[in-house]
Design a protein around this ligand. Structure first.
Ligand code: DX5
Ligand code: ZN
Length: 219
């Protein structure tokens, strides 16, 4: 299926959360050689979400082994305190949650731009698109969570499809989906208007990551 944005190709972002961290460098190379477009790094703080994962230190390590653009998906409270560390560590895209910014969202978006990286804003499944409507012209990418953030390997929530359609009606930049993405759900998300697909289990859980990436790209 063609990307909803001017026929440009879909972008595939493997989520490192599903990689084998005992051999991180070769896992990164495996998806880079397989032709993915960017790497998605899930940062969790044990407050905004119940789980704890990685911080700038790991972003910096990944930066040393790949030229792929790195997208730091910050599932953390008060992200403004850490933006600079993630950019210094080598993140090219920084994605914050609107729910974690509250009424400081515009300030945080501007802070990300001032660090000269691309700015993503993410919404949990239950958060309406209306919370970001006033800032859409300042956002490079909207990340619509298709599971409740916190863990890999969960089932895609089809009720988010309506949000993708609603956002796509007035937003011409990247719409990314994250959580439970496989061939079937990717097809539904792309038909609704998504053009960037994050996938952990469907890529790293596959014995042939290249085939898995091509399958997602070809939905
Ligand atoms: C969940 C994370 C996702 C997750 C996706 O909070 O944001 O990036 O790793 O994993 P899968 O593709 O396994 O649902
Ligand atoms: Zn993520």
């Amino acid at each position: 299926m063609k990307s909803p944005i001017g026929g440009s190709p879909l972008k595939i972002a493997p989520s490192l959360l599903a990689a084998d961290f005992t051999k991180l460098a070769s896992e990164v190379r495996r998806v880079e050689e397989a032709g993915c477009d960017l790497l998605h790094i899930d940062v969790m703080d044990g407050h905004f979400v119940p789980n704890i994962t990685v911080g700038p230190f790991i972003v910096q390590a990944v930066r040393r082994v790949t030229k792929l653009p790195l997208d730091a998906h910050l599932m953390i409270e008060a992200p403004q305190r850490h933006l600079e560390s993630f950019v210094k560590a080598g993140a090219d895209h920084v994605t914050v949650h609107a729910e974690a910014c509250g009424d400081r969202l515009q300030e945080v978006i501007r802070q990300i731009h001032s660090l000269r990286v691309s700015c993503g804003v993410s919404l949990k499944p239950e958060t309406p698109v209306s919370v970001i409507k006033d800032y859409l012209n300042e956002i490079d990418k909207v990340l619509l969570m298709t599971v409740n953030p916190g863990f890999g390997g969960q089932a895609f929530m089809p009720q988010v499809l309506a949000k993708i359609r609603e956002l796509r009606a007035g937003f011409l930049r990247d719409i990314e989906v994250d959580g439970g993405i496989n061939r079937k759900t990717a097809r539904e998300a792309v038909a609704a208007g998504a053009n960037v697909l994050v996938a952990g289990t469907a890529i790293f859980g596959s014995p042939d990551v290249k085939a898995a990436i091509q399958a997602l790209r070809g939905v």
